[in-house]
Design a protein around this ligand. Structure first.
Ligand SMILES: [Zn+2]
Ligand SMILES: [Zn+2]
Length: 238
């Protein structure tokens, strides 16, 4: 039980502790906390006005936050301590051993994310008297739920069918595929490619070498050499 390596040296999870990182368990918990923050904001004077203005603002702040966290911390290579905590500890595994289709996809573990968001909501709620701070935070937390949902869908949906087709054609699913399998130094956004365009890290899938055979269909292994290519890109990044 727990986390162990299989014969290919890849991590396999089992047991209740690791279930706390499954999206269908972690996401409802965070949704409740987000709505709780917004309800708290609504209970304050002019709270609904604050919510109407601040939730989109919270989303905008989130998109920049996810870009900055992903680019400058989760992919950090320069300082050993930061590299050990963020790249080695939190992100490398997601890049190294999974093919794009990953029915075992995990969110940030609740033991990490829940104390942080509860502390944030509690601190902002107690330190402010208006609803604005809580409303911005509620919007930011809702956006976190959107990010986790989209990232989950990128790793469980077939890009050529149903919801997957919609996400890949109209969303940033292709961009995330490029990040995984073509160039780990591009396309850091999960919910939007806006900041990648702003900071010059956007790489459209059309400019990558091969589009065929993502290995995303059920029962289909990753395209030959794609994982190797991903590893190569990561080593190049390092
Ligand atoms: Zn991913
Ligand atoms: Zn990454």
């Amino acid at each position: 039980m727990g986390k162990h390596l299989n014969e290919q040296g890849l991590c396999v999870y089992s047991g209740f502790w690791w279930k706390l990182a499954l999206p269908h368990l972690a996401l409802p918990v965070h949704l409740v906390v987000s709505l709780g923050a917004l309800a708290w904001a609504a209970s304050r004077p002019k709270g609904w006005i604050a919510i109407a203005v601040s939730v989109p603002l919270g989303f905008l702040i989130w998109t920049l936050f996810e870009y900055a966290l992903h680019r400058w911390l989760l992919h950090h290579k320069r300082y050993p301590l930061l590299r050990r905590v963020f790249w080695n500890g939190l992100h490398r595994e997601h890049h190294m051993y999974r093919q794009m289709m990953d029915p075992d996809h995990r969110t940030v573990h609740l033991a990490i994310s829940l104390p942080i968001v509860l502390m944030l909501v509690g601190s902002v709620g107690l330190a402010t008297v208006s609803g604005w701070g809580l409303a911005i935070l509620g919007g930011w937390l809702l956006s976190y739920c959107i990010y986790e949902t989209l990232h989950w869908l990128y790793h469980i949906c077939d890009p050529e069918r149903g919801l997957g087709k919609f996400l890949w054609v109209h969303g940033v699913g292709h961009a995330h595929t490029v990040h995984h399998f073509h160039h780990a130094g591009k396309n850091y956004g999960f919910t939007t490619i806006f900041w990648d365009r702003v900071f010059g890290t956007y790489l459209p899938i059309e400019q990558t070498r091969a589009r065929e055979g993502y290995g995303l269909r059920e029962g289909q292994p990753a395209a030959a050499g794609r994982d190797e290519q991903s590893r190569y890109q990561l080593e190049k990044e390092a």
